[in-house]
Design a protein around this ligand. Structure first.
Ligand code: PEP
Length: 251
């Protein structure tokens, strides 16, 4: 039985006071939500403050990226152990915005995935095709390459702390959601790739989230799909009421 995960990616939004306002509003709205893993991912600078506010709640803390080395002469970077130190249990890796704007490749994503897992973090490993790739019928080829290269060198045991987030790039922040059937088709394919790379037990157990314009209005239909185990939410996670609504999708 896979426990659903609802994760909010706050991207480059929310100062300290805004972040505190958001979590303080969110905590009571989701405190009775059981059977769901709730995660929020603020910017680096507010992680420690948000961590203090989340103590004793059912909300987990994630960062939006991490570097692959633990320490060293890497100006501007933050390592997995530093994220643990700031209170994170999860980290988003390979988000399409990082691939698009910051030169992330399958190889750098793989290095980050391995470093984060070995430090003890759970990873939200993002994959997804662009509109051009979908129109060229490349969706499955791209997804298989991103998964295979992204998790190469990760053991079956480490895979237990991997959550895959399927985020078609054309659906992120655009208001265009993949249909329930399109999303299910991709998720089923992804599970099949995991079965091929590991085994059917690992594939059955791995959580695969959908991301791309998830809102209170479309979450139920997506979550009703057999292979969709949760959502990575951008825009709709910036307001406590809409995010809480998504968290409570089953009510
Ligand atoms: C995201 O940031 O991962 C995302 C899916 O954004 P949005 O929900 O705004 O499309």
């Amino acid at each position: 039985m896979r426990k659903p995960v609802i994760a909010g990616n706050w991207k480059l939004y929310k100062t300290t006071s805004e972040a505190l306002e958001l979590v303080n509003e969110l905590i009571p709205l989701v405190k009775n939500a059981s059977g769901v893993e709730i995660v929020v991912a603020p910017v680096f600078t507010v992680l420690s403050t948000v961590n203090t506010a989340l103590k004793g709640t059912n909300i987990n803390l994630a960062a939006q990226d991490c570097f692959w080395d633990e320490q060293g002469a890497y100006t501007g970077e933050v390592s997995s152990t530093m994220l643990l130190d700031a209170g994170c249990s999860h980290v988003i890796i390979g988000h399409s915005e990082r691939r698009q704007f910051f030169g992330e490749t399958d190889e750098t994503v793989n290095k980050k995935n391995k470093a984060a897992l070995r430090a003890g973090l759970t990873i939200l490993f993002c994959i997804g095709e662009t509109l051009h790739e979908r129109e060229e019928n490349q969706t499955f080829t791209v997804l298989e390459r991103q998964i295979t290269d992204g998790i190469t060198g990760i053991t079956k045991d480490e895979l237990k702390n991997v959550i895959i987030a399927y985020e078609p790039v054309w659906a992120i922040g655009t208001g265009k959601t993949a249909t329930d059937d399109q999303a299910q088709e991709a998720h089923k394919f992804i599970r099949g790739v995991v079965a091929k790379l590991y085994d059917s037990e690992s594939a059955e157990n791995i959580r695969i989230l959908y991301g791309g314009s998830v809102k209170p209005e479309n979450v139920k239909g997506l979550m009703a799909q057999k292979d969709i185990d949760g959502a990575l939410v951008g825009g709709a996670s910036l307001k406590a009421d809409s995010f809480a609504h998504i968290v409570r999708f089953s009510e």
